[in-house]
Ligand binder design. Structure first.
Ligand code: SF4
Length: 443
């Protein structure tokens, strides 16, 4: 049987796309290979959000060039955001690439593979759906029958209409479009039948789901209610919401629907209103803090995590200090923190007053130190508390222990019998760390 290997960079949406491509290849008789060297087809599913993963893809292509010289029949494909954005450069730097698959053509990966095998020439699909009138209806095809798994990602929305000035996503994934509600409910129902207990709903601005559906608006909070009604599903998460669109009905849904987890990842990006404006983020620091305060008031124990970019063009020392102050006030449970990375094609990359690399790095280190201290303080204060944990399997840190996540999305490691895998158990936190807890199962 021919074999394939998919290498994935980037976000959960990319992981999900890679799973879809696997299903489409398996449908055509391919089976997964352990190593790139053993594969007949190698696909690189790429990310353009920062420069580093892009560089990594080009260096991987350099290694694949040597492999392809030894195995000329091997098919090499580049998929995802970099394929969408940098196809010409990929063709020029890596002319041995056989397939270039844009973000809207993941479902055609099997057909493109046949095309390149039969015609022995580059197979490429890159067009993105255009907005025709008010609603973009072009939703990628999906395979909804997947192998049984405890936790599954479920995309509910594709693309983004926000056009933040630093972000490449609207150019790589196109305009915002929501999947029909009935399709999502059906997919989750089938996942539940095959044993999935936890789903994570994916979208670039997941809480604006439903505003552009042909059948009429379905608020995100309503979708959470519909999915909560599905037997077998025990936990529902979502990522990432957009702060401005975080409405009261969504806060109520988190508070009132027991299956919706007490964790929200709410991207702040900057703690300074001028910088937020330059980023074209459509909220102020005050509005962001109001959402965080309401979440804490209505959902006791909720964990709030965030994304922050430091060193956005023109960010002054004082503006950076404002970000630190917000971090101190909101006290996030955790954060993904980055130095600004200019993305060609975005407005911010053209801005004058780019911040020197050394300054960005120094700010990033200060922010990380502050956030790590806060995370450790919050986790330490929770020692002794009992958490509900969905047991996923042996811990990767220590295979003699089991591991899983709390409702608040914190990692827990503990001693327990293998029969607990797949079950919800109550675990007392005994020892706090930056990454989560060591704990003990309680009756
Ligand atoms: S909301 Fe902004 S940062 Fe998020 S995907 Fe859309 S454009 Fe990018």
């Amino acid at each position: 049987m021919p074999r394939y290997k998919i290498l994935t960079w980037g976000c959960q949406m990319n992981e999900e796309d890679s799973e879809q491509m696997s299903l489409y290849l398996q449908e055509r008789g391919y089976e997964p290979a352990e190593r790139v060297e053993d594969a007949d087809v190698v696909l690189l599913n790429t990310c353009s959000v920062r420069r580093k993963p892009e560089d990594k893809v080009f260096s991987t292509l350099g290694q694949l060039r040597t492999l392809k010289q030894r195995k000329p029949q091997m098919v090499i494909g580049v998929c995802g955001c970099m394929a969408q954005l940098r196809a010409d450069e990929i063709r020029q730097k890596a002319p041995f690439v056989d397939m270039i698959v844009g973000t809207a053509h993941i479902a055609q990966v099997g057909a493109l593979l046949e095309e390149t095998l039969q015609k022995r020439r580059l197979a490429m699909r890159l067009d993105l759906p255009e907005r025709k009138g008010a609603i973009v209806t072009d939703i990628p095809q999906r395979k909804v029958d997947r192998a049984p798994k405890l936790k599954a990602f479920v995309p509910i929305q594709y693309g983004c209409d926000k056009f933040c000035t630093f972000c490449i996503v609207p150019l790589t994934r196109g305009r915002e479009r929501s999947r029909p509600t009935a399709d999502i409910v059906e997919e989750v129902r089938r996942l539940a039948e095959r044993g999935t207990k936890e789903i994570t709903l994916l979208g670039q601005t997941v809480n604006s789901y439903g505003k552009n559906l042909l059948e009429g608006r379905v608020p995100f909070a309503r979708l959470l209610q519909l999915l909560s009604d599905i037997d077998g599903i025990e936990r529902i998460r979502f990522t990432s919401p957009y702060p401005r669109d975080f409405r009261d009905d969504l806060i109520r849904a988190i508070a009132e629907l027991p299956k919706v987890m007490e964790h929200v990842h709410l991207p702040l990006q900057s703690g300074d209103n001028e910088v937020l404006k330059a980023m074209r983020r459509l909220y102020t620091v005050e509005q962001f803090e109001e959402v965080a305060a309401k979440l804490r008031a209505h959902v006791p124990g909720i964990a709030i995590t965030t994304d922050i970019i430091v060193g956005f063009p023109g960010e002054t020392d004082e503006q950076f200090e404002n970000t630190l102050r917000v971090v101190e006030r909101v006290r996030f449970d955790g954060a993904y923190m980055f130095a600004y990375s200019p993305r060609p094609g975005t407005p911010a990359a053209q801005m004058e007053n780019q911040i020197p690399r050394a300054v960005k790095q120094e700010r990033l280190q200060r922010l990380i130190a502050l956030q790590n201290q806060i995370t450790c303080e919050i986790n330490s204060a929770q020692v002794g508390q009992v958490f509900e944990v969905l047991v996923e399997g042996p811990s990767q840190k220590d295979p003699t222990k089991l591991a899983g996540f709390t409702r608040e999305n914190k990692m827990m490691h503990f001693v327990g019998s293998p029969e607990l895998v797949g079950r919800l158990v109550r675990v007392r936190a005994d020892e706090a760390h930056l990454w989560g807890f060591y704990g003990t199962v309680v009756a």
